[in-house]
Design a protein around this ligand. Sequence first.
Ligand code: FE
Ligand code: FE
Length: 165
Amino acid sequence: MPTTRAKGLEELFSDTLKDVYYAEKQILRALPKMAKSASSGELSEVFEKHRQETEGHVERLEQIFEAMGKPARGKTCDAIVGILEEGKEIMEDYAGDSALDAGLAASAQAVEHYEIARYGTLRTWADELGMKDASKLLDQTLQEEIKTDQQLTKLATSAVNRKAA
Ligand code: FE
Ligand code: FE
């Protein structure tokens, strides 16, 4: 048995909410740079569109914090810092290279997969905690992350990789 005070699912939920809130804010800062770096107009558009959606993700999280009576506060998420750092390296190492877009799309997919994992978990926990509104908001974001991932897959398997070949 743990020796520390029991925290329970609600605290785990709010800690994870802080993690993803931090992640979304970092992603919001990274997406314009990715859009600017992409050589494919289509890829750039996907990044720009998702930047706008990401603003909504931040707002939805703020709504959930508010409903819980907690201040919207992020908690450093080392995972997203690492994933975005790798993306930055791709942008630097492959600037001007024909494989740049393939690398950018792959980096963006790593970000989306991280978010999909987090939002899937958070939605499940919200359901278990009986937080219906939060569950709905988390699901809306989850669906946008999934759709973005699918768009990236489509781009990555067509033009982007053909160009890199
Ligand atoms: Fe997001
Ligand atoms: Fe996303």
